[in-house]
Design a protein. Structure first.
Length: 419
């Protein structure tokens, strides 16, 4: 049976970085930029005021203090968004708002709080300056954020809100990024009923399609839910055909040893099977291969197909370990790892048959160190154990038990500010 690392290497060898597309910048969050962004302009484009106050000549404020105001004549006001046509001459000042261009002649801004403006009658054309100003004070220089010609964002950058803002500051409505993979999700099982329909005896709701599609979206893919296929080859094949434009196909169920576990057979018939079963728990019956399809131009193409186990916990954990990195690779990302930490185990974890165990755990920080406890019953059908968990305690293949008090490795599913 292959290891988790071998299985992951196989899956990754079957997926490629996708092509670029041009998208409105607000739709590019988390996508990878495919071009260097250089600035054709200075940002800010001109020297401007960092404060609401008075633009003046610093030399005119020598000796100013709370008890010794320097009185200047106010010759006008500049709001933001307007170029001043006035010039500050010795003995004068211009009222200026934050972001407004500096008027000629002025070399400093003194903010309102350091003037006697509040005490002056309305309409006064003089202002008392209550502190000395130094040249350059409260002025934002042209190009101090971005200089004309500078490399602002490198290709390969993963766009976060800050980068989206930087693109907007340069005036870009769109950006060229690697497109998101379309990932089709098909549930298999005669026992499954679609949500919104009444449950009849012997049936359960199809939860995998939704949990897995939500994972696809979380990691930047576009999920397409294909519904439920019956445990018959004809049903599975016709359902899969509805997903052939996808960049990756995911099925759940039908990969075990049971009488109706036909996903492997269909993989073998409609494509090729690369591996089946991985030395892990939960998730052992994972199947991987390719299904024959065509690309957008109609050329033959092999579509990677991950056959996740049907048990909802197994499906989610195998998704995390194999589908998530595949999606990230298609998106052009370099780093596929989730944060892994060392924590002190509070409850023992057993490992009965030499596989790598991923035990659902709750990790907290207590007295400066991480502590981990399992979520309770670890059955692979207990989906609420995933809902409770924020991490997976990893039990190595060669350990039959991890004891309470031991320092263990935990792969974090969520990494929130509390850490
Ligand atoms: P299988 O791998 O098809 O043998 O399924 C293993 C277990 O997972 C069975 O108890 C199934 O009923 C359950 N299961 C399979 N698919 C789903 C699904 N889409 N949603 C919820 N449970 C499922
Ligand atoms: Mg089944």
């Amino acid at each position: 049976m292959i290891t988790v690392e071998q299985a992951l290497a196989k899956v990754l060898s079957y997926v490629n970085v996708l092509e670029a597309e041009t998208r409105p910048i607000l739709d590019t969050l988390g996508q990878v930029l495919v071009e260097d962004i250089r600035s054709a302009v200075d940002i800010p484009p001109w020297d401007n005021s960092a404060m609401d106050g008075y633009a003046l000549r610093a030399a005119d404020t020598t000796g100013a203090g709370a008890g010794s105001p320097r009185v200047l004549r106010v010759i006008g006001t500049v709001p933001a968004g307007v170029f001043p046509d006035l010039e500050v001459k010795p003995g004068t000042a211009i009222r200026i708002m934050t972001g407004a261009p500096m008027p000629r002649g002025a070399d400093a801004v003194v903010r309102f709080e350091n003037t006697d403006e509040e005490r002056r009658p309305a309409g006064s054309n003089e202002i008392g300056i209550l502190c000395e100003a130094s040249p350059g004070q409260n002025i934002r220089r042209a190009g101090e954020d971005i200089a004309r010609g500078a490399l602002v964002l490198k290709r390969g950058t993963v766009l976060r809100p800050a980068e989206v803002g930087v693109l907007a500051s340069l005036g870009y409505p769109t950006a060229n990024v690697i497109r998101r993979p379309l990932v089709a999700m098909l549930a298999t099982g005669d026992e499954l009923v679609e949500i919104g329909q009444p449950l009849t005896p012997g049936k359960i709701y199809n939860s995998n399609s939704y949990g897995i599609a939500a994972e696809v979206a979380r990691y930047g893919g576009i999920p397409r839910v294909l519904g439920i296929a019956q445990d018959r080859e004809t049903s599975l094949i016709s359902s899969l055909r509805r997903g052939l434009e996808a960049d990756m196909l995911i099925t759940s169920g039908g990969v075990s040893m049971g009488d109706y576990d036909i996903v492997k057979d269909v993989l073998a018939k409609e494509g090729e099977i690369t591996f089946w079963t991985v030395r892990m728990k939960p998730g052992k019956p994972l199947a991987f291969g390719t299904i024959k399809g065509t690309d957008r131009q109609g050329k033959p193409r092999n579509i990677p197909h991950l056959g996740l186990p049907g048990n909802p916990v197994s499906a989610m954990i195998t998704f995390e370990l194999f589908a998530r990195p595949a999606i990230l690779k298609m998106l052009g990302k370099q780093d596929f790892t989730k944060p892994t930490i060392t924590a002190v185990l509070e409850s023992p974890v057993e490992n009965s048959d030499g596989r790598r165990v991923y035990a659902r755990a709750i990790v907290e920080k207590r007295d400066g160190q991480y502590v981990a406890r399992t979520t309770g019953p670890q059955g692979s059908g207990i989906l609420t154990s995933m809902a409770m968990a924020n991490g997976l305690v990893i039990v190595p293949e060669d350990r039959s038990r991890l004891n309470a008090g031991e320092a263990v490795q935990v792969m974090m599913l969520d990494w929130s500010e509390q850490f």
